[in-house]
Design a binder for this molecule. Structure first.
Ligand code: NDP
Length: 253
């Protein structure tokens, strides 16, 4: 029997911020689908623990994505010592919670550097190899904060909306070389970023659950499974999509 179209056997994925939260959920799902992963982040201890759990054949690289000068070397190192990168998941991101009037230019720039500029720099570097091989899947991790209005996310929301523009533009240039670019817009997913953002505020938590059509928070595995689908042969004709994975929060007014 042939491989399922959902299988990622023989595929290598690079996942930024893959040691924690949603990134780790994506790494686990890709490994469960038969793929291998390289996860990155700034904290070695966290990455080591994650690799212990993911098992043999998976690797980590300590890397700060905002250090853009180091990205070509990172990608070359992975391509030459581990293998060709078939899947890039631009997951690393930072949050900033503040009203627009309290957001400084420095705050805004910091968010854009991590969530947008570094994503572009790494995408451009990985795409160099993918375009030459005429094969690749790139996934941006956006947010529903980039799809509709939420207060106190001026910089973060803007950064996530920018990823939609990036997907659209890249699709016009990469598609003829069979490199697909999609985004996932997670809703409220139980990860540290989310728990810190609501700051153990039970009342706020209840308000949020009421906003979600399915009456429940998402799990990191929900994003992982969506990432597996978008990276797999099952999605070979899907590019330029921003897929909300949010229990219906985006359409529930
Ligand atoms: P986490 O804070 O757990 O994950 C963020 C990851 O990004 C960490 O592993 C962190 O590792 C890494 N990271 C941050 N900055 C850098 C950097 N400069 N260089 C390299 N790695 C970096 O949060 P989540 O898992 O929740 O978030 C993952 C993605 O999902 C983000 O893009 C976020 O915006 C998005 N998202 C999350 C939602 C949620 O409800 N949780 C909802 C919508 C979107 P380290 O600190 O070690 O560098």
């Amino acid at each position: 029997m042939g491989l399922s179209v959902f299988s990622l056997q023989g595929k290598l994925a690079l996942i930024t911020g893959g040691g924690t939260g949603i990134g780790f959920g994506i790494a686990k799902a890709i490994v469960e689908a038969g793929g291998k992963v390289v996860i990155t982040g700034r904290r070695e201890q966290i990455l080591k623990q994650a690799i212990d759990e993911l098992g043999k054949g998976n690797f980590y690289r300590v890397n700060d994505i905002t250090n853009k000068a180091a990205l070509p070397e990172l990608v070359l190192d992975i391509e030459s010592t581990i293998g060709p990168i078939d899947i890039l998941v631009n997951n690393a991101g930072i949050h900033h919670k503040a009203m627009a009037q309290d957001t400084t230019d420095e705050d805004f720039e910091r968010i854009l550097q991590t969530n947008v500029m570094s994503v572009f720099a790494l995408t451009r570097e990985c795409a160099k190899y993918m375009l030459a091989r005429k094969q690749g899947a790139i996934i941006m991790i956006g947010s529903m904060a980039g799809l509709f209005g939420i207060d106190k996310v001026i910089a973060y929301g803007t950064s996530k909306t920018a990823l939609t523009g990036m997907v659209n533009a890249l699709v016009t240039e990469y598609s003829k070389d069979n490199v697909r670019v999609n985004a996932i817009a997670p809703g409220w997913i139980e990860s540290n970023m989310f728990l810190n953002a609501i700051n153990k505020d039970e009342k706020r938590k209840e308000q949020i659950v009421n906003r979600i059509a399915m009456d429940d928070f998402g799990q990191t595995s929900d994003i992982g499974n969506a990432a597996v689908f978008l990276s797999s042969e099952a999605a070979r004709y899907i590019t330029g999509v921003v897929l909300p994975v949010d229990g219906g929060a985006t359409v529930n007014f």
